[in-house]
Design a binder for this molecule. Sequence first.
Ligand SMILES: O=C(O)CCC(=O)C(=O)O
Length: 256
Amino acid sequence: MENFVNQSPSKRLCISDVLTSPRKKIKVEYGEEMTEEEDEDAVLAEFSHPVPWQKIEAEGLDLDYALLFSKEEADHLFKKLEEEVMYSTGEEAKVQVFGKVYNIPRRQATYGDAGLSYTYSGMKHLACTWTPTLEYIRDAVTKTTGHTFNFVLVNRYKDGQDHIGEHRDDEKELDPLCPIASVSLGAARDFVCRHRDARGKQSCRQIEPVKLKLAHGSLLLMNQPTNTFWYHSLPVRKKVLLPRINLTFRRILLNK
Ligand SMILES: O=C(O)CCC(=O)C(=O)O
């Protein structure tokens, strides 16, 4: 298996250029950090879901990764989302790439505050009203990170054939001060980040991709300026037979 930065506790520590003491740090609200030894009790008192964070850094890349929900809670949330989320059909289930329109290789839905919309890959997506489970997860992410979100993009991958190609979430209507918070439920999937200067045949630099396995119940924060310099994708994995739901909570700027 390749260099996955969160593959196993023993492997984590080998990749010292992208990780900073993953087991020693707990991230607290508004980005401060303190050691477990120093103030574990205060952290446990403050958050309903105490989460050990891993910081993953590379040139222009800044990610935080943690397990947010226990297996039991994640199982329950997955089941509730399967009941509640209504996925897009028709034109909204298509994507435009270099002027050509394709069916997306997964299912998608957009939820958020009243009146919000988000345009990506050439299609405008209106927000449906938050469901109770999406609100619950959004509030758990806010409680843990200190950031508020007014929109979520839901991606459902029926199995490892479903995927998302390399892209950046760099639309101008996204608030640059707010990270994109990605919650994963269901089958663990590989998540690959590639620097914009190290992509394809025209690549002008050799920069190693950063690869993570996004676990059931996990939370990944894509902090600034990650989406300026790095593309991300969820590649096809034929051996994955189970479904996965991913929620990317975002803050959309009003009047953009
Ligand atoms: O499913 C994932 O983990 C990735 C989703 C994604 O790339 C996006 O919502 O922009």
